[in-house]
Design a protein. Structure first.
Length: 210
C-alpha cells in the first residue's frame, strides 16, 4: 500500500477520524510535512487547523541521531538510552536545547504570521504528521497538546514504525494509523509524491484556514 500524496493520505485518515466531527476538534499539523495532511483532515472534519512546532535535539557530534525533542511551551522529551550510549553530558544537552528553542520560537512566529495559537483547553487535539519513524517529535507534540490542557490527544499518521507506535501510546489517548510496519525504511517510500514541503506552503495553508 502506498499513498498518492500527503493530501490523499489526509483523506484516508479523515475517514477514520470522522467519529470526532461533532466534538469540535483542533487539528494540529507538525511542520512541515504534517501540515498538508492535517489540512485535508481539517477540511473533512470542518475543524480548526493549527500547528505544533517541535524541534529534534540532535546529538552534538552526530546531529542526525535524535537524543530527544522539545516543543512549544517548554515541553521536553529526552531519550536516556541515546544520551547514555552517545555519552552526552548535561552541558551539551543544555546548549543544544537553547539553540533549538530559539529556532522553534522563530519558526512558530513565522508560520503563524504572528497569530496566537488556537487554545486547546477542554478540546480534542488531533496531532498529525506525515509519517513516524522514531516517534521523538510526535511524542513531544502530544505532550505539548497535553500541557495546553487538551481534553483528549489523538495521534494520527498515514504510516509509522511499529516500534515507535508502542512507545507513543504513553503520550496520547489514541493512535490512528492505517499502516503500521516493523520495516518502515524511509517514510517517503510509502508515497508516490513526497516532495519537500516549503515554508511558504505551510504559511499559505494556515492562512487559508484562519
Amino acid at each position: 500500500m502506498t499513498y498518492t500524496n500527503r493530501q490523499q493520505a489526509g483523506a484516508v485518515l479523515a475517514s477514520e477520524l470522522r467519529k470526532f466531527i461533532d466534538d469540535s476538534p483542533v487539528v494540529l499539523g507538525l511542520p512541515r510535512g504534517g501540515v498538508p495532511v492535517a489540512s485535508a483532515i481539517a477540511d473533512a472534519l470542518r475543524a480548526d487547523l493549527d500547528i505544533i512546532v517541535v524541534r529534534k535535539l540532535g546529538v552534538p557530534h552526530h546531529r542526525e541521531l535524535a537524543m530527544g525533542a522539545i516543543g512549544e511551551g517548554g515541553v521536553e522529551i529526552l531519550n536516556d538510552d541515546v544520551i547514555s550510549s552517545a555519552r552526552v553530558n548535561s552541558r551539551d544537552i543544555s546548549i543544544t536545547e537553547n539553540l533549538e528553542l530559539k529556532e522553534l520560537s522563530r519558526r512558530a512566529a513565522e508560520f503563524r504570521e504572528g497569530a496566537p495559537p488556537i487554545p486547546l483547553l477542554g478540546r480534542i487535539a488531533i496531532v498529525v504528521d506525515d509519517g513516524i519513524a522514531t516517534g521523538a517529535t510526535a511524542a513531544a507534540a502530544c505532550e505539548v497538546a497535553r500541557a495546553h490542557n487538551a481534553r483528549k490527544v489523538v495521534l494520527a499518521a498515514p504510516v509509522a514504525a511499529s516500534q515507535a507506535i508502542e512507545r507513543l501510546r504513553d503520550h496520547c489517548d489514541a493512535v490512528v494509523c492505517p499502516l503500521i510496519t516493523p520495516d518502515l525504511g524511509a517514510v517517503g517510500l510509502w508515497f508516490q509524491d513526497f516532495h519537500q514541503v516549503p515554508d511558504a506552503e505551510v504559511i499559505e495553508i494556515l492562512r487559508a484556514h484562519r
